[in-house]
Design a protein around this ligand. Structure first.
Ligand code: BTN
Length: 231
């Protein structure tokens, strides 16, 4: 359960700030107004001007570490629904899309006995750099400005609910399936070991992606970047 939020102005990355706090041994949320070098997955940068929500959750999970990225994505979906948004989907396991445009990214890093789950949500950003033409924000979609602190409070309350359920009882994957894009589609998964192709058949009980390859063998992936081959 995260009960404390530690706030910064400009930082290099909230992921690093969360690492510095590991000695405290309890879960906290670290947030900043902007990041100089926000980190995305696979060595990418995360565009982090003022106007976004940048938060790193320092967690000491007892169970089901692999489901944390998806748990964070589901929390973002619930948060955006709280604000009346629909047409939301999860691009397994870490991206949340609004009308097929990326509004949020999640990156999880293991560090000693902790997991640092970083979430970047485009809240009040009005314009993206050309490289990010596929991105959107709450502001762009609704025409309104949002109170970022309030969005964070809503997010944390919903995260705590889901996280507690996950730790105590194991969480059912059913709700996530309503939002996963790409079920039944041909995809390419970029894993640490290389690129694999197949058809997405399901999300497993431990929230892994099940992929059927050309020879019909079903394999399980916990991490990776998924790219659709057909639209
Ligand atoms: C991705 O889509 O590649 C994941 C992006 C995650 C960005 C967040 S913003 C808060 C936290 N601090 C970082 O440096 N990265 C994560």
């Amino acid at each position: 359960m995260i009960e404390q939020i530690i706030r910064f102005g400009k930082v290099v990355s909230t992921q690093d700030k969360a690492k510095e706090l590991i000695g405290e041994g309890r879960p906290v949320a670290v947030t900043a107004l902007s990041q100089e070098k926000g980190r995305g997955r696979q060595g990418r940068n995360w565009y982090s001007p003022e106007g976004g929500l940048y938060v790193s959750l320092l967690l000491f999970p007892k169970a089901r570490v692999t489901s944390i990225p998806l748990l964070a994505s589901l929390t973002i979906i619930r948060t955006l629904e709280h604000y009346g948004l629909s047409n939301l989907s999860i691009h397994w396991p870490n991206d949340v899309l609004l009308k097929n445009h990326k509004i949020c990214g999640v990156v999880c890093e293991r560090y000693q006995d902790a997991v640092i789950c970083g979430v970047g949500l485009n809240v009040n950003i009005e314009k993206f750099i050309p490289r990010l033409s596929g991105a959107t924000s709450l502001r762009i979609e609704t025409g309104q400005a949002f109170d970022i602190d309030e969005v964070l409070e809503v997010f944390l309350a919903k995260f705590n609910d889901l996280y507690e359920e996950l730790q105590l009882k194991g969480l059912k994957v059913k709700e996530v399936l309503n939002y996963i894009s790409g079920l039944g589609e041909s995809v390419e998964v970029m894993t640490a070991k290389g690129v694999v192709q197949g058809t997405v058949c399901d999300i497993d009980d431990d929230w892994a992606l099940l992929l059927r390859d050309e020879s019909g063998i079903i394999k399980k992936y916990y991490y990776g970047d998924v790219r659709r081959l057909q639209w």
